[in-house]
Design a protein around this ligand. Structure first.
Ligand SMILES: *Cc1c(COP(=O)(O)O)cnc(C)c1O
Length: 480
């Protein structure tokens, strides 16, 4: 039964249940290694456990929280388990969760500076902090031509970059826009993230105008081929518009030759976007800053603190070298949003830097993380993850039944048993079914690889050593 009959949760009840939820989460983290990492439910199982109809009468908070434990938890894949190695991580941390909670508590919608000045100004400030931490060129700072914004995802950042590039060469509002669009070409590699292809669909770039540049033996974009394809396209009357270089591809963390690609793009005045969704975080460590060499030649850049910087999803940091190009592509200015600060161009209105109008107060959690860990703490954990990955690589290499895809870059290992693709598939399936670890796979040059990424906040060498023992044992039992 509810405490009151006006339906709301009053402040005293909020205080009580709020503490309960934090306690629930603390217990969850205490016990997280006891749950199967990959949820073991079958399709429909969660829905079948829920009532068919919404409750007519409000229910007690205790009952709601109990169903989280009894029903929802079964259908959770535990991304925050230290035994989670699949895909790329979506890690989080105490300070991030608490920052997110405050953001929900304020419940502000930061579409304009004036709809919550702190939401905009903290975001600008944190983005400048990160520009400094990553040693980004001057042009990406807010007091320069460009600036940074927090987007929901690397996919959105890539889309916004593509729309700005499109604006640069077509002028969307002009009469010959469609005629020009037919000629605009985009350059990506076979290893570029699928979100770039989706961005092309949304931006109206046909498949015929996407050029897939081949990759070298390390899966990095072949810049000579890029150059010759651009030359050919110019010759054929196309308008080369946009190149995406990846720093840390999703399949194998391959790094495209950004310096060479950047030189080509600068000479040709083509928009260069750098997608460093996962690997960008490593550049906070001076010894990995080389990953971003050539970024001074880029028009835009993004990375995901929601992957490897202990900040919960969603949080993508997107920088443009010329904010006016971005804003020109994405601004609309209806009467009902007009206000004296925007009209006087005194402030940043981040709604003009993204697709949607409304925006969450995402900088709060990032600010909490950066302040709580300090750059020193963030570097410590990034280095530790990379060190663990190297130790695991050495372990795998000792077992001649297995092959490691080299070079192993940062915190991702792609490896396979020497047997067939089918054997590797079965091995991965078996391991994930065990609930003890969760990994994913990729296919490179027709070979099936198991991908193991070390990036969950609490992963230690002991977890990874256990994982490797399990992998070896499981492979042996499958062989016999
Ligand atoms: C994960 C990833 C993306 C997509 O990230 P979202 O934030 O989920 O959109 C894009 N590019 C690369 C290289 C990635 O690894």
């Amino acid at each position: 039964m509810k405490e009151n009959n006006n339906y709301h949760m009053d402040v005293e009840a909020f205080r009580k249940y709020g503490k309960q939820v934090i306690d629930w989460l603390a217990d969850y983290y205490d016990n997280i290694e006891k749950y199967p990492v990959l949820s073991q439910v079958v399709p429909g199982e969660i829905r079948n456990s829920l009532p068919d109809h919404p409750p007519a009468e409000g229910e007690s908070f205790d009952d709601i929280l109990k169903d989280v434990s009894d029903i929802i938890l079964n259908g959770i894949t535990h991304w925050q388990s230290p035994n989670f190695y699949a895909y790329f991580p979506a890690n989080t941390s105490g300070p991030s969760i608490l920052g997110e909670l405050l953001s929900a508590g304020f419940g502000v919608q930061g579409m304009l500076w004036s709809t919550s000045p702190a939401c905009t100004e903290l975001e600008t400030h944190v983005m400048d902090w990160l520009a400094e931490a990553l040693q980004l060129p001057e042009k990406f700072y807010s007091n320069s031509t460009g600036g940074g914004v927090i987007e929901d995802s690397a996919s959105s950042a890539a889309l916004c970059a593509l729309l700005a590039a499109r604006e640069r060469v077509t002028n969307t509002r002009s009469a010959d826009f469609h005629k020009k669009m037919e000629k605009c070409t985009v350059y990506i590699s076979s290893q570029t993230h699928s979100s770039l292809k989706k961005a092309c669909i949304i931006a109206g770039i046909s498949d015929d105008n996407i050029r897939y540049i081949s990759v070298d033996k390390n899966y990095s974009m072949n810049s000579e081929e890029l150059s010759s394809k651009i030359g050919q396209d110019r010759h054929d009357g196309f308008i080369p518009m946009f190149v995406c270089a990846t720093v840390g591809t999703t399949s194998s963390l391959a790094v495209d030759p950004v310096l060479e690609i950047g030189d080509i793009c600068c000479a040709e005045k083509i928009w260069l976007h750098i997608d460093a969704a996962m690997a960008g975080t490593a550049a906070v460590c001076p010894e990995y800053r080389y990953l971003l060499d050539g970024i001074e030649l880029a028009d835009s850049f993004s990375f995901n603190p929601h992957k490897w910087m202990f900040t919960n999803f969603d949080c993508n940091c997107f920088y443009a070298a010329d904010k006016n190009e971005l804003i020109k592509a994405l601004t609309v200015n209806p009467e009902y949003l007009k206000n004296k600060y925007s009209d006087a161009s005194e402030v940043i209105d981040y709604r003009d830097w993204q697709v949607s109008l409304g925006r969450r107060f995402r900088s709060l959690k990032l600010w909490f993380v950066i302040r709580y860990y300090g750059l020193k703490g963030i570097r410590h954990h990034i280095r530790k993850h990379i060190e663990i990955t190297q130790q695991l690589t050495a372990l795998i290499k000792k077992n001649t039944d297995f092959q490691v895809l080299s070079p192993v870059s940062l915190n991702l290992i792609c490896f396979r048993h020497r047997k067939s693709n089918d054997f590797n598939k079965k091995l991965l399936d078996e391991l994930n079914k065990s609930g003890k670890i969760f990994m994913s796979h990729t296919v490179l040059d027709g070979k099936y690889y198991i991908r193991l990424c070390v990036g969950q906040t609490n992963t230690e060498m002991s977890h990874v050593a256990n994982a490797w023992n399990l992998i070896e044992e499981t492979a042996e039992s499958l062989e016999s």
